[in-house]
Design a protein around this ligand. Sequence first.
Ligand code: MOS
Length: 748
Amino acid sequence: MTEAIVKMDTPFADSLLDRVPAPLVGTELPRIDGPRKVTGTARYAAEHFPDGLVHGVLLRAPFGCGRITKVDPAEALAMPGVLAVIRDERMVRNGGGFAGAAAPVQGVEEVAYFGQPIGLVVADSLERARAAALCVRLTFETAPGVFDMVASRETALPPTDDIFGLFLIHTEQGDVAHAASEASALVDAVWQTPSQSHAAMEPHASVAIWQDGQLTLHGSYQSPVVTRDQLATVMGLEPTQVRILSPFVGGGFGGKLGVMPEAVAAAIAAQQLGRPVKVVMTRQQVFEMTGRRPMTYQRLRLGADAAGQLTLVQHDTITDQLTGEVFFEPAGLATHLLYAGANRQVDHKVVRTNKLLGVSMRAPGEAVGQLALECAMDELAEALNLDPIEFRLRNEPERHPETGVPFSSRALVACLKQGAARFGWPTRSRDPGAFRDGEWLVGYGMSSAARGNLFGPSRARVRIEGDGRVTVETEMTDIGTGTYTILAQIVADLLGVELAQVDVRLGDTDDPASAGSGGSWGATTSGSAVYAACSELRVRLAAAAGAPVDAITLAGGVLTAPGIRRPITDLVGNGLAVEGVAQPGESNTRLNQTSYGAHFCEVRVHAVTGEMRVARWSSVFAAGRILNLKTATSQAIGGIVLGIGGALTEELIHDPRSGKVVNRDLGEYHVAVHADIPAIDVHFLEERDSVANPLLAKGVGELGVCGAGAAVANAVYNATGVRVREFPITLDKLLHGLPPLTSATSRT
Ligand code: MOS
């Protein structure tokens, strides 16, 4: 197989996508996988029923810290249809919080958190396995655990690893103490965010098949290759002995990045029993056994001079995590680069707690970090008597304020200005509580948004068949983001074929490895691999037609060049295939690559009850070329919805005595739903980032959530005059600051 490599060592001045006469890329094309999903023919992990299938139900530790001293399976094993009660020390390993993490080892007897997987009951039906799981008798000794991060914050230590150099643990420059003493205006306060759950619609599910020393696993994973490597490590197998298939994934948000307990348990059971084993987590198990966004305790100290120039940017963050895990929530990530300021410090520390594994969740670090930073910016703007947009404009850096590196593209100012115009920001009253509509207090809030753009190695095979159909094969996944559609659009444009002629096959580790779905890099990395393959196929087609490649046009299945007109099917023989390889290069480190945006919202707070309603929303983003306006807009809206939930309702509550996740279903853990969300206006600026990749695009998946919650919090303040710094802003935290009840507003 021919390989075609695109390595980002120099800017990509001339993208082939800009030469396509009537491009599909950039349009609002509906998802090509949509019909399969709505008709139920898109098969998800749990929907596989191999012959001889049996069912496993995970056992969990019912205490937060200590040791299991005895497991008595006798009663369970005597029940009808029960095949095994499996305890295996490999079962309690997991894939950690991010792609590439080693699988940490916990002892089989030691319990580090409430809900830790400790065994699997296997039976010939799900019902029998569930019934038997209730009859496994455990004896255990509890030990004192650490369940309260805030109370234990003095024990916080630096994280053990900076995660591929991406999560900067500590940076400082200038003299922050001196800057604080000299500042004309200073904000120095603590913001707190709770643990959060990814709450993907599809629960984690795996069907494991063991045959002739080979393991095949139908699973729901964002990065099958990473999951395969972790699973192989856990199982003591070679990666070549494991195949993972995840063609359809019902949402991930980071919760399906690393291998999770159901896959490990299913694999062990299939190997031991020699039969296919299915393990589907219940909703409650997803909440208490997979992973969570860690909670944060963030001190921000921002100072400015009388002219409204930031002189001090200090962000000291504490998060929590299990002992031995390397992932940490990098809450200071955006603080490094969002605003200018000579004296700076960003710091991350971790408290080791006995609570569910902390993992990446949509915009790790940036989502909760910008929640705090953008609220602090609002407070400092007020202290300076400046409009919060004006304050941000005065602190726009020309280069990365810590490293001095130029930005590949940065349209924050344009986002702020256009967003303000779309929303009608100038009608805002700067005095909190000044705008009242009957019993509703009305506030406007805004924030900036920034999300680092990443690029990882990715491969895709593109094959033009003899009949003119085109097949794309890559291990990349579509977790609801639009990958199937975007890759088909790129192929259709670059090879000049109809969309209906393109077949995209995803999510199989036997196909060329991608960077997976994570970190907002999925579309750009897998799209770049497809670009590389198509670029080489164009060269091949041109050569077959005897035309210089720069002279050809491919459209409607026909190659044209001066004096030449040939159907593509005439040029490919029995088929033509190229494996495209996208590789990061110097461009990806020489310049800072970040997507930007600005959020604006109106929040109404009921003067009597404190009920909050987000009433209106506009966001403007700049993320390079937008590959599909519909799927990108959906990603932006989804992120904003997550931001609204984070601001107002989402909170994973841990029992302070055990760390147990108390609200472990979608009734008790409240994600924002339709009734909570107004029409959301999303606008993307025209932008091309030639430094990022050959598509000239940047990531969008995690951009929307960044800063969104802060816009809500700032609007709540503008409506009521109450600053709530402990998220979520539930109405009980507002009541003390609402206007006094009068006879006109009192009700029986
Ligand atoms: Mo994302 S948190 O890298 O799925």
